[in-house]
Design a protein around this ligand. Structure first.
Ligand code: PLP
Length: 226
């Protein structure tokens, strides 16, 4: 059995290798450790190793964890799961970057909560890469129209697009779709050039297709135990 520190070092090395293999700079890519289903102790241990970016997908779990670790300097919290509108206020109390802006009703609740706020929120528009319109996320063909409403938010920086590749096919198909959506978004807002893509099993392919924010859970944290 490997330890958390060993898995962290080995995944970090694989990430660095994949980045240099495609001629990119390590500084272009942020590794976010998805700490869901693990307690605050995991965040503390990785912080000791120098890690600062963590991601969560449920407010009920993330909020107490962020509170328990609020003494740690420099932590950056990424919210990557579907956010219910009635949890927006709670999630914004600790979230620095929201990766899952996936529908108009969330934009409405963000509009209310961000109005007049001094601290800025960063965010990604989540794409729906499946054929099922019922799944979360914006269909690529509606991206520009949706992005123009997101760009009107106060105290908000649109960073780019986010996607989760389908499990039942080559992830490069979806990463290519995300990369073209990103190019389209940058024609509307050149600053929104970041791409949140790549998880434990597909981060190498995501890096090849320009991912700038990797969301890696189990490869580092091991089996989830909560
Ligand atoms: C859980 C989760 C991840 C991390 O998944 P792993 O396969 O454990 O790396 C990434 N993105 C989202 C949206 C998640 O919910």
């Amino acid at each position: 059995m490997s330890t958390l520190a060993e898995r962290y070092e080995s995944v970090s090395a694989e990430v660095a290798e994949a980045i240099s293999a495609c001629g990119r700079a390590r500084s272009e890519v942020e590794l976010i450790v998805i700490s869901k289903n693990h307690g605050a102790a995991l965040v503390r241990e990785l912080h000791t190793l120098g890690h600062r970016h963590f991601g969560e997908n449920r407010d009920q779990e993330a909020k107490p964890k962020a509170e328990e670790t609020s003494d740690l300097p420099g932590l950056v919290w990424h919210f990557v799961g579907q956010l219910q509108s009635n949890k927006t206020k709670s999630a914004l109390s600790y979230t620095n970057v929201l990766h899952s802006i996936d529908r108009a009703s969330l934009v409405s609740s963000l509009k209310r909560e961000l109005q007049g706020r001094s601290e800025r929120l960063g965010g990604f528009i989540q794409l729906n890469l499946t054929d099922d319109p019922g799944r979360g996320g914006i269909e690529p063909k509606h991206l520009s129209e949706f992005a123009s409403t997101v760009l009107e938010l106060d105290s908000f920086d649109l960073l780019g697009v986010m996607g989760v590749a389908a499990l039942d096919r080559d992830p490069r198909i979806d990463f290519e779709t995300i990369a073209s959506a990103s190019a389209e978004l940058q024609r509307l807002e050149p600053k929104a050039r970041y791409i949140s893509a790549g998880m434990s099993h597909d981060f190498k392919q995501a890096i090849e297709f320009g991912a700038t924010h990797l969301r890696i859970g189990t490869a580092i944290t091991g089996k989830r135990n909560l």
